[in-house]
Design a protein around this ligand. Structure first.
Ligand SMILES: NC(=O)c1ccc[n+]([C@@H]2O[C@H](COP(=O)([O-])OP(=O)(O)OC[C@H]3O[C@@H](n4cnc5c(N)ncnc54)[C@H](OP(=O)(O)O)[C@@H]3O)[C@@H](O)[C@H]2O)c1
Length: 251
């Protein structure tokens, strides 16, 4: 929320690649103090050396990791904005054949991970005022064939964000949802398709997808609004992708 005389401080989850890393870079460039978290220490260290963000290794699916992360944040200056970005998709299988373990992992990471981190940091945000931003997806807004596992978890995150906003009515906490369409990040589709680089690359062929900086830009915009303005839901898509199942490709 609004600047006092000190820099605002953000925690960005999933900061070791893609949208999270771009958001760390953007917020640092905008003058924020940033705590960057993910599981891969080497990537966080490189990002920290580049940007001056503070790296903290944590797995958002683990209670102890998130408790230690919250403890670190509280002990080192508290928080003005939590960017819940860690997440992802696994598989593109029809419901009839969907892999239970992949669905379980998606729920653990996207839904319960976001809940766990939000619960851990919410007390300090309620106390001094601050923002909870949840990175969902256009997958939260509409189904698509093969997408039920991922659309389900992103829709659950959307419900979490909206419900939390309503429950905090009158308190100095903004709850913001950013829902991007296709973003060509280096790992999202690679992870989704189990390391199949050709299949991952095909997702972004024949049109101009969003890039991570495009999403970092709208995150910075939403967090930068004056305190009486709450960006409830910001949907951002590639121009060519008019909905979850129609992308105008060149060939
Ligand atoms: N790319 C898209 O098309 C797109 C579109 C709409 C929404 N989104 C959403 O945007 C967010 C970021 O996507 P992206 O494209 O930047 O994906 P990405 O490049 O695959 O990054 C995912 C991040 O999440 C972290 N992560 C994964 N599992 C974790 C765990 N258990 N604990 C902590 N961190 C974990 C990863 O780091 P470590 O592996 O180091 O932990 C990585 O930093 C996700 O929530 C995704 O669902 C993506």
């Amino acid at each position: 929320m609004p600047p006092t005389d000190r820099p605002r401080r953000a925690l960005v989850t999933g900061a070791s690649s893609g949208i999270g890393a771009a958001t760390v870079r953007r917020l640092r460039a905008d003058g924020w103090d940033v705590v960057a978290t993910a599981r891969r220490a080497d990537r966080l260290e490189a990002l920290a050396a580049e940007t001056g963000a503070v790296p903290v290794v944590a797995d958002v699916t683990k209670d102890d990791d998130v408790a230690a992360l919250a403890e670190h944040v509280l002990a080192t200056g508290g928080l003005d904005a939590l960017v819940n970005n860690a997440g992802g998709a696994l598989g593109l299988d029809p419901v009839a054949d969907a892999d239970l373990e992949q669905w379980r992992t998606m729920y653990e990471l996207n839904v319960l991970g976001t809940l766990r981190v939000t619960q851990a940091l919410l007390p300090t945000l309620r106390e001094r005022g601050g923002d909870v931003l949840v990175l969902t997806s256009t997958a939260a807004l509409d189904p698509y064939v093969g997408g039920a596992g991922y659309t389900g978890v992103k829709a659950a995150e959307q419900m979490l964000a909206t419900t939390l906003r309503w429950e905090l009515a009158g308190e100095p906490v903004r709850v913001i949802q950013v829902a991007p369409g296709a973003v060509a990040t280096e790992e999202f589709s690679l992870v989704r398709f189990g390391g199949d680089a050709e299949r991952a690359a095909a997702v972004y062929q024949g049109y101009e997808p969003l890039v991570a900086d495009d999403v970092a830009d709208v995150i910075a915009f939403a967090l930068g609004r004056p305190p009486h303005v709450n960006v409830d839901l910001l949907v951002v898509r590639p121009r060519a992708q008019v909905n979850n199942w129609t992308t105008a490709r060149r060939d």
